[in-house]
Design a protein. Structure first.
Length: 113
């Protein structure tokens, strides 16, 4: 089993930045990818970005050029740096491992003026 704990998040103004981090514990040697998903009110959960243990990254079109995902492969920690935030980025952000095999509890990000 793998446990994921997110940290960071909170409130930001449009155009601002926020960092998120996700730390894995448990059977971390089984992790080959970590990613971030988000779910806005009354919307489906969607992929934001992921990074594999080989360093491959992928982003949703809506965050390309604004968000950056990175990871510490040895420690199984994933980071999401969110810049140029927009009100549409408001959502609960969830960390996931191995493409939705494991989930964190989520952290709320609110972008408003």
């Amino acid at each position: 089993q793998v446990q994921l704990v997110e940290s960071g998040g909170g409130a930001a103004q449009p155009g601002g930045s926020l960092p998120l981090s996700c730390a894995a514990s448990g059977n971390i040697n089984s992790i080959y990818a970590m990613g971030w998903y988000r779910q806005a009110p009354e919307k489906q959960r969607e992929l934001v970005a992921y990074v594999t243990s080989g360093g491959t990254t992928n982003y949703a079109d809506s965050v390309k050029g604004r968000f950056t995902i990175s990871g510490d492969n040895a420690k199984k920690v994933a980071y999401l740096q969110m810049n140029s935030l927009e009100p549409e980025d408001t959502a609960v952000y969830y960390c996931s491992a191995n493409f939705c095999s494991y989930w964190g509890k989520g952290t709320l990000v609110t972008v408003s003026s």
